[in-house]
Design a protein around this ligand. Structure first.
Ligand SMILES: CC1(C)C(=O)N([C@H]2C=Cc3c(O)cccc32)c2nc(Nc3ccccc3)ncc21
Length: 323
C-alpha cells in the first residue's frame, strides 16, 4: 500500500455519473443494492441506493453505524467501503462487489459443506472478527446472509448496521440480531458482553455451514427463544469429535464458558492440516486496490445519528487506484 497516500491527494471527488449502474442485486434494509461499474477503471462495485425521504430515524442511525464501523476497519475478510456520495435526495454507499453471493444462498444451492470446506471460511471469519473486536467494534448480527464470498471463495463480513462500539468491560444492552443466530443473553434483557455475543453467533453459523440447518428452530419467537435458552441442539452422527468440541465451546449458554477468539484460533479443529497454530493477522497495512476517505468524521456521523441531520455537507472523495 502506498504509505500516506489518501484519496485526498488524488483530489478527485466521485459523482454517481462516474459509475454505470447495471442492475439490482438485492434489497438491503435501507433500499436497493445495485451492481455498478466504475467507468474510468472498469471496476465493478456494489452501490446501496438510499432514498433519504424513505428512511426512518432508526434506519438512518443503522446506516451511520455501518459507515462509521466500516470506515474504521480494513481487513481482507471485511467488505470494503469505497465511499459515500451524498446528493439532495439520495445517499449512494459505494462498496466492494462480492461476486460469490451470500452463504445462505451457497448452502441452498450446494447443500452443507464438508468440515474441510468450512475450515478456511471459518478461519477467515475468526480473523475478521478479531480485527473488529480489537478496534472496539462488535457485529451483533452475524448470520449466513451477512457473509458473502468473493470470486476466490474468500468469505467476507458485511452488514454492520447493528454493530456497536464495545470492549470487554462495556456491557451492552440493546436487543438486536436476527433471532436464530442471537445469543441467549440477548433474550434475557440483561446487559451483555459484545464479543461473547459474536462468538455464539459464529458458532451457530459454523453449525449451519456443516449441517445445512439451524441448531435452534421454533414455529414462533417464543418457541425459538425457549430452544435457545435451553441451549440443546441436535448433533448429526457425521460430525467429527473435534468440531463437536469446538461447537460446544462457542454455543455455550454461559458467555464466560465460551472460548475467546484467540482460543478458537488455537483449537485443534481450526488448526487441522496447519504446520503451526494459526497466528492472529499482523496489523500491518494490507495491499489494497481501493483507496478511499470520507470527509465526514465518525464524531460528525454520531452527532448526525442523534437526529439532527448534520449541517456539515459530507465531502466525499473516492478514487479507485490500482496499485
Ligand atoms: C454492498 C453489499 C455489501 C450489499 O449490501 N450486498 C447485498 C446485495 C445482495 C445481498 C445478499 O443477497 C446478501 C447480503 C448482502 C447483499 C452486496 N452483495 C454483493 N454481492 C452479491 C452477489 C450476488 C448475489 C448477492 C450479492 N456484494 C456486495 C454487497
Amino acid at each position: 500500500m502506498m504509505k500516506g497516500l489518501t484519496a485526498k491527494s488524488a483530489g478527485k471527488e466521485a459523482h454517481i455519473d462516474d459509475f454505470e449502474i447495471l442492475h439490482t442485486i438485492g434489497e438491503g434494509t435501507f433500499g436497493k443494492v445495485k451492481l455498478a461499474r466504475h467507468i474510468l477503471t472498469g471496476t465493478q462495485v456494489a452501490v446501496k441506493v438510499i432514498k433519504k425521504r424513505h428512511q426512518s430515524f432508526s434506519s438512518v442511525q443503522a446506516l451511520f453505524r455501518e459507515v462509521c464501523s466500516l470506515k474504521a476497519l480494513n481487513h481482507p475478510n471485511i467488505v470494503k467501503l469505497l465511499g459515500v456520495i451524498d446528493t439532495e435526495e439520495t445517499f449512494f454507499v459505494v462498496m466492494e462487489y462480492l461476486s460469490g453471493g451470500d452463504t445462505s444462498r451457497y448452502l441452498k444451492t450446494h447443500g452443507r459443506m464438508t468440515e474441510a470446506e468450512a475450515r478456511g471460511p471459518f478461519q477467515q471469519l475468526v480473523s475478521a472478527l478479531q480485527h473488529c473486536h480489537r478496534r472496539g467494534i462488535v457485529h451483533r448480527d452475524l448470520k449466513p446472509l451477512s457473509l458473502l464470498f468473493d470470486s476466490n471463495m474468500n468469505i467476507k463480513l458485511t452488514d454492520f448496521g447493528l454493530s456497536n462500539k464495545c470492549d470487554d468491560t462495556v456491557q451492552l444492552d440493546t436487543i438486536c440480531g436476527t433471532h436464530p443466530y442471537a445469543a441467549p443473553e440477548l433474550f434475557l434483557g440483561q446487559s451483555y458482553s459484545g464479543p461473547a455475543v459474536d462468538v455464539w453467533s459464529l458458532g451457530v453459523v459454523l453449525y449451519t455451514m456443516v449441517t445445512g440447518s439451524q441448531p435452534f428452530v421454533g414455529k414462533d419467537f417464543q418457541e425459538l427463544r425457549k430452544q435457545i435458552l435451553q441451549g440443546q441442539y441436535p448433533i448429526p452422527p457425521y460430525l467429527s469429535l473435534k468440531i463437536r468440541d469446538l461447537l460446544q465451546k462457542m454455543i455455550a449458554l454461559n458467555p464466560s464458558d465460551r472460548g475467546t477468539l484467540p482460543d478458537l484460533m488455537r483449537h485443534p479443529w481450526v488448526n487441522m492440516g496447519q504446520k503451526e497454530p494459526l497466528q492472529p493477522p499482523c496489523e500491518e497495512d494490507l495491499e489494497v486496490t481501493m483507496v478511499r476517505t470520507l470527509g465526514l468524521t465518525c464524531d460528525q456521523i454520531q452527532d448526525t445519528g442523534t437526529g439532527s441531520v448534520s449541517s456539515k455537507k459530507p465531502k466525499v472523495e473516492v478514487s479507485i487506484i490500482t496499485l
